[in-house]
Each structure stands twice: as structure tokens, then as C-alpha cells.
Write a protein that binds this ligand. Sequence first.
Ligand code: FES
Ligand code: FES
Length: 155
Amino acid sequence: MDERVAVRLTVNERPVEATVEPRCSLADFLREQLGLTGTHVGCEHGVCGACTVLVDGRSARSCLVLAVQLEGAAVITIEGLTPAGGLSRLQESFRACHALQCGFCTPGMIVTATELLQNNPSPTADEIRDGLSGNLCMCTGYVNIVRAVQQAAAP
Ligand code: FES
Ligand code: FES
């Protein structure tokens, strides 16, 4: 039987103290223990990118990270990138450009695109495609996603 392990971290800038099973993924911890269901779980083995969050400012696949590894870390989820009562500039661009259909991939896309724009505020279309290449979308064909990120980046 697994023993639970104590972990302390911040999630969306709020301190969290919890006990977790050693095998619990960060994705399951966020969704099931913290109720942050904006982080989606698709493939559960690091391929689709739906579960992407920021860990200490860098994108990470939360299905591949164990919650116990996050002691002292700062995690930002899609909820943390969403202003209270509104949408971020990037989220507005996704809506305006019709960059989603079912929306399953969208939280991961937004998280990855946020990191991309932090590192490269004026990316080319090719740089956006490259930056988002680890996030799979089954619906859109990607054209409007690239357009949305370009629009959000525009001064
Ligand atoms: S659910 Fe994590 S990469 Fe697909
Ligand atoms: S909008 Fe459906 S998977 Fe991307």
C-alpha cells in the first residue's frame, strides 16, 4: 500500500500544502485534489500536450510529472493565466480567430503559447508552428491557432 507524502508548493500563486500518493501525477493532483479541471488529460504519456502547465516558468507536461516532485515549485495552470471575470489577451485572440472547436487542446495551447510569447514577443508564423508543435489539435487544422497567437503578439 502506498503511503501518502507531504508536498508544499504554490499553485497559481497560492500556497498549497497537501499529501499525495507517490504515484500521483501533477495532472491528477491539480484536477482531483485541487479541482483545477482546466488542465486537460488526453494521452497520459507525454504526446498530446493537453495537460501542459508552467512549472517555475517553463512549460511541462503535467501527466509526466509526479506531484511529489513539485516540493517548493511554482505551478501556473490555465486558471492562473485567466484574469478574474475575463479573458487574457491570448484567450481573446483565440476566441476572435476561431482558434478552437471542441476546446480540448485549448488550455495546453494557451499555456504553451504564453511561454512562447514570453520568450519571443514577436514570433513568425513558422516560429509559432514550431513552438506549438508539441501540442496536438484534432479539430482546427492549426491555421487559426497560429493566427491567434500572431494577433496576440501584435503590438
Ligand atoms: S495528457 Fe499529458 S501530454 Fe497528453
Ligand atoms: S479544438 Fe478540438 S482538439 Fe483542438
